[in-house]
Write a new protein. Structure first.
Length: 81
């Protein structure tokens, strides 16, 4: 948990902070895609090994949760204007 806290609290004005903002959003997006593929609602590409495989639903949910926690920690420190 301390690694997530450190990543979430990097300064917003530097390059690392900007990269972390993108990284958090990307984590949420990737997790949602994994959940969609695992459940069969997003069967693209058609030959993907992840389609209709329930472990990918859980892995995607975990990635989404990590991304949301990182966003929440960052917003707690610096609220949006």
């Amino acid at each position: 948990m301390s690694l997530l806290f450190l990543i979430a609290n990097l300064e917003q004005g530097d390059r690392y902070g900007e990269a972390c903002i993108c990284f958090r959003g990307l984590l949420v997006l990737i997790g949602l895609v994994w959940m969609g593929q695992g459940s069969g609602y997003f069967p693209y590409p058609a030959e993907s090994f992840m389609i209709d495989q329930s472990p990918w639903i859980y892995r995607g949910a975990l990635v989404v949760i990590v991304g949301v926690v990182m966003i929440a920690l960052a917003r707690r420190k610096r609220p949006l204007p």
